[in-house]
Design a protein around this ligand. Structure first.
Ligand SMILES: Nc1ncnc2c1ncn2[C@@H]1O[C@H](COP(=O)(O)OP(=O)(O)O)[C@@H](O)[C@H]1O
Ligand SMILES: [Mg+2]
Length: 360
């Protein structure tokens, strides 16, 4: 009698043409049955050419026959019907980090959330979708690094770069940052789709997406291309930042998009000088995140003060959450705990997000 697990182990050696990871991790294998001397399974494929189907069929067949000599192999191809599991089936939660304005700390929060989750033992990816102002090469000290490319059934795929336990992709790894401005509408969307479909993302608990500020083409492409589990909105406490954060939040709450807001992070909430540790100066005002949270029946995940070390460590490519500073790591640990709590609630209260079809 043949052990199912042994068959599965063989199938793990075969790559899925869409995601680039193995067909078992990509959850493409269904209804595996072994009867007498026969192996049956369904292989779900997505928009695959005849040649690619042929190649993957031949590979399954050859590897299985090699292990189990006198068995017959029956593979039934099914076309995936779109839906949620087609895109990034190996990623459990896709989290978009958004803001209305630039410079409020979206990338800082994304980087520290990613690193903290990874420290807690989760598998984490970080997609730098701010194509005009990619920050991750700097924040992770990866300037000038290039992702490796792997051919999967004749198509080149990018391998995200790992640093501090986080798998990263950024336009900054691909084009010279000074040239990124030449990208326009359709090409921007193309890059985002490439980050989703032509990257070999490993199995992940969280894929954090650092969006550009505002509500433009990139944000729309993203919600149309991938089922986003939820959004985090970053804002400073001041009125003008909150007014813009409302617009960003409204995009996620459109009927046609319907992505829940997991929580609000208020950044630059106050400043405390080192020599006056009990004083808090509310440079950007107060209460912004609270009013936003009320409006969207969401909650404030954290208030992060203005701290010189946060800026410095970002510039030096070592997010503060890995620094040797208990006060700072506690801040981001607290934010991450709240995020996980609110995400859990989201899973209990809402249905999974569907990829959005918007007619343009
Ligand atoms: N809490 C903070 N304290 C000090 N500096 C901060 C803080 N948050 C962000 N910064 C700094 O402010 C600048 C803008 O932050 P960034 O994360 O790049 O914003 P965004 O991605 O929203 O444009 C960066 O130089 C960053 O290091
Ligand atoms: Mg940024």
């Amino acid at each position: 009698m043949i052990d199912n697990n042994k068959v599965v182990d063989v199938l793990r050696k075969i790559n899925d043409p869409n995601t680039g990871i193995d067909i078992v991790s990509a959850k493409r294998v269904r209804d595996l049955k072994i009867q007498d001397k026969q192996i049956f399974f369904e292989l779900e494929v997505h928009d695959l050419s005849q040649e690619a189907k042929f190649a993957i069929n031949a590979e399954c067949y050859a590897l299985l026959k090699d292990q189990f000599k006198d068995l017959e192999v029956h593979i039934h191809f099914t076309q995936s019907k779109g839906g949620n599991k087609t895109i990034l089936p190996q990623v459990k939660n896709v989290i978009a980090v958004a803001s209305g304005k630039g410079g409020v700390g979206k990338s800082t929060i994304s980087a520290n959330l990613a690193v903290t989750l990874s420290k807690q033992g989760y598998r984490v990816g970080l997609m730098d979708a701010d194509l005009y102002g990619p920050s991750m090469p700097t924040m992770f000290e990866l300037k000038g690094e290039k992702p490796k490319i792997q051919q999967v059934y004749g198509k080149p795929k990018l391998i995200p770069i790992e640093k501090y336990g986080v798998y990263l992709i950024s336009i900054g790894f691909i084009v010279d940052p000074e040239q990124a401005v030449v990208l326009r509408g359709p090409r921007l969307s193309g890059v985002i789709k490439q980050f989703i479909n032509e990257c070999i993302w490993p199995e992940l608990d969280y894929l954090i997406i650092d969006l550009p500020p505002g509500t433009g083409d990139i944000q729309l492409t993203l919600v149309q291309s991938v089922p986003v589990t939820g959004a985090i909105i970053v804002t400073t406490p001041q009125d003008v930042a909150v007014a813009d954060a409302i617009k960003a939040s409204n995009m996620f709450r459109l009927d046609t998009v319907n992505i829940p807001i997991i929580g609000i992070v208020e950044n630059m909430s106050w400043f405390t000088p080192a020599e006056l540790p009990d004083n808090k100066y509310y440079i950007f005002g107060q209460g912004g995140a609270n009013s936003l949270a009320k409006k969207y029946q969401s909650s404030v995940l954290a208030q992060i003060p203005l701290i010189q070390e946060v800026r410095e460590s970002g510039d030096h490519g070592k997010p503060v959450s890995i620094a040797d500073n208990a006060m700072l790591t506690e801040l981001f640990d607290g934010m991450t705990d709240q995020f996980l709590k609110q995400l859990q609630l989201r899973h209990e209260l809402y249905a999974p997000t569907k990829k959005v079809e918007i007619k343009t």
